[in-house]
Design a protein around this ligand. Sequence first.
Ligand code: AMP
Length: 421
Amino acid sequence: MIQLIRGFKDILPGESERWQYIERTAVELFHNFGYREIRIPIMERTELFARSIGENTDIVEKEMYTFPDRKGQLLTLRPEATASVVRSYIQHKLYARDPIQKVYVIGPMFRRERPQKGRYRQFYQIDAEVFGVAEPYVDAQLIHMLVTLCQRLDVPDVHVVINSLGCPRCRPGFREALARMLAEVSGQLCSDCVRRSTRNPLRVLDCKVPACQEAIGDAPAMVDYLCDDCRAHFAEVRDTLTRASIPHRVNPRLVRGLDYYTRTAFELQTGALGAQSAVCGGGRYDGLVKALGGPDIPAIGFAIGFDRLVEIAGLNGRQFADGPQLFIAPIGDAGRRQACQWSLELGAAGVAVELEMTTRSLKSQMKRAHRMHAAHVLIVGDDELAKGAAVLRNMATKEQSEIPIEDLVGNLRTRLAADKK
Ligand code: AMP
């Protein structure tokens, strides 16, 4: 039989309830803060990602799902959402309505990474982006929103880690100092880092190879090279977080994998994830809108690893009721016809109803209702029809009562609502 592609996965009934709950919780929170949904395509022209993420990044060099379509145009399955959101913001001139736009995106991303625990080739992200606000308060607002989301979902052991990556004015000086230092220790670096040291030296800082981490023990820190404006911005982000009682730690090694980040970079990490400790990453990308052909408008955003959130969220002990409120067990043809009619009316009236459509015995229908965790079973056969009353069984208390067939739907709705209390 044909199996799914390596690094891809199915989200089955029984698991999807957790995904839906998390998504609802995030959306509700985002709406509270004035964010609105934007839906963007899963595929874009390859050059959008090459230009925005940067040619010298792992994603663009090794991980994109890129292929020519039938006319030879190079297309890529989106490895992240920001580039498409920026494209859309520029293409539809959203800034003309109001330069300040706060949007979120939820959906699958594709990266051909080595599959391992917590790393998939199709994974899901919950993203939020803010355009048009350069002030540091919005950096803090995004982090606050993430921390609140983690609290609502009961994610254990969450730490906020932040850094500043400077701006085009102060970063070159740091880059040079870092490259000089890396040249001195190049003999101790992994082959990837030797390549990165000249092309994209900042990426060496977050290399996971222990020997590289050891070799760069004395690496300079970007925070020591910040210009006055970047230093003031970073200080205000930190002060705002402190006023909001959000503990955070500065990690000078925190850089983002993508080229376009400026100033604030942040991650939410948790001890619950083992090696893949980042549940969310984000930061400013003040130059990207202009670099992609739009006006000079600052922006900031984050991407939550949805798969990781699903894995570790305790959800405050929440269980998801997966059974129907009512299972209708008909006996005989007349009962089945009547049951079918009721089930249509009940479903349309908002009752979660399951109709047994086969002709199996009442005993095996009851077994199935039990297995499905149905709250109630309604039994209707020739006897019940003749009597003018169907039998309702409460599966938890095992109590049985009669429900008049006349206005059965109305009667049942009242009874089920009373039972729920
Ligand atoms: P990034 O877009 O690389 O900054 O990633 C943002 C978040 O997405 C990370 O913190 C992870 O939680 C998640 N993520 C990134 N790559 C993967 C992957 N291959 N599989 C699962 N989650 C991922």
